[in-house]
Write a protein that binds this ligand. Structure first.
Ligand code: GLA
Length: 396
């Protein structure tokens, strides 16, 4: 993203680390995981569908050091809480706090048989929280990479992704799919990835967009993601799958095509909510399959139209939009040159992503910012996306 606060000052963070944890015998090692923006393919991942996210050049830095004792000490430059836990305390959640993300990761390593000894961790992030840009997956994945390296656990990148997702599903209690953790771990600079969430294979696609750019607009409507609303969607998709399995050989809802649904929708007559969710998943998957080749062929107008259709479907069929999101999308589309705009991530607030000509960005920010404020009373933030590198050791 384009603001200067995208930079991390590792020397200053190392000093903060020493102030908090003492100089010890060795300096901390430094790890990084980005956030992500999903360009199209929303709410398809937990049904084994297709998604198309990219990493962003903001994320979470983690300075970490093994201590040789059995204390787990966690601090962040973003939050006040400082926690010190013993080994038997790491299997428990800690209220509703951010440290549940690293704790969930420690717990999964422990359950997988890694003998963890003490670790000092200082986190520092520059992804806006609760904006749908995966600040939580970024924390989980950077923790997983650090523990894997420091403890020599030997997990592959994909295993770390799965461990981080399991931490969120089973420890934090959000039944999320795998998109966020996967995108954060496998992102490549200047690329987005088409990920098949059933095979867990991905293909990197160049985002050399010539005169155009993807831009993120933050509603600044605090997205209390609402684990329960998200988990309801997961349950509704399961319900749709179960009903359709009576008439179709489906293993997952992601295999459903719009044609199949046209033929068998009457099996969902008793459950119109499940019918709407299934329609979204089938059509959104078809949109990803169509959109990625369009982008590769340079048909950005075609890609933008599918982004628009994706938003309408998330609003009307999947019902995860909000007044501020719809306003921001509407205002974006009114600007000259804009090719497409949609909510990104889990919705219920958070951010939109818009495809537009680079030269139009200053006017876009000014006009949309003003009109959005008038319409909602909220102040939007804007970031140009620079698709960034995935998780690993921090490279300055
Ligand atoms: C959240 C979840 C993802 C995905 C998106 C919606 O970001 O963590 O797994 O379901 O919502 O596409």
């Amino acid at each position: 993203m384009n603001d200067s606060d995208g930079e991390f000052d590792i020397d200053r963070l190392t000093e903060r680390f020493f102030e908090r944890f003492g100089r010890g015998e060795s300096p901390p090692e430094v790890f990084f995981a980005p956030g992500r923006v999903n360009l199209i393919g929303e709410y398809t991942d937990f049904s084994g569908g297709l998604v198309f996210p990219c990493g962003v050049d903001r994320g979470t830095v983690l300075l970490a050091r093994r201590t040789g004792d059995s204390k787990f000490r966690l601090a962040s430059t973003n939050f006040d809480l400082f926690a010190q836990l013993s080994r038997d305390e790491i299997g428990r959640t800690y209220g509703d706090n951010w440290i549940n993300y690293p704790l969930g990761v420690f717990d999964r390593f422990r359950l997988g048989g890694t003998v963890l000894d003490g670790i000092d961790c200082l986190f520092s992030g520059n992804i806006p929280n609760g904006a749908g840009l995966s600040s939580s997956a970024s924390i989980e994945v950077v923790t997983a990479f650090a523990v894997n390296e420091l403890h020599g656990a030997g997990l592959t990148r994909l295993e770390l992704v799965q461990l981080a997702q399991a931490a969120e599903n089973e420890f934090v209690g959000m039944q999320c799919g795998i998109m966020d953790q996967y995108a954060v771990a496998f992102a490549e600079t200047d690329h987005a990835m088409q990920l098949d969430c059933s095979t867990l294979e991905h293909r990197q696609v160049s985002l050399a967009l010539g005169d155009c750019a993807f831009m993120v607009s933050n509603t600044n409507q605090r997205r209390e993601l609402n684990e329960s609303a998200y988990n309801d969607r997961v349950a509704e998709c399961r319900r749709a799958l179960l009903s359709l399995q009576a008439v179709l050989p489906l293993e997952r809802l992601g295999q459903l095509t719009p044609d199949m649904l046209d033929q068998h929708e009457k099996h969902l007559d008793d459950d119109p909510v499940a019918a709407r969710r299934a329609r979204h998943v089938a059509e959104e998957n078809a949109r990803v399959s169509a959109a990625v080749p369009l982008l590769e062929a340079g048909d950005l107008a075609g890609f933008g139209k599918l982004m628009n259709a994706s938003h309408e479907s998330l609003r009307d069929l999947f019902e995860v939009s909000s007044g501020p999101l719809d306003n921001l999308v509407r205002l974006a589309r009114e600007q000259s040159g804009v090719l497409g705009s949609r909510l990104t991530g889990a919705g219920f607030g958070g951010c939109t992503v818009t495809l537009l000509p680079r030269a139009g960005i200053p006017a876009f920010e000014r006009k949309v910012g003003r009109a959005y404020k008038e319409a909602t009373g909220l102040t939007a933030d804007f970031y140009t996306i620079m698709p960034g590198q995935g998780a690993g050791r921090y490279a300055s």
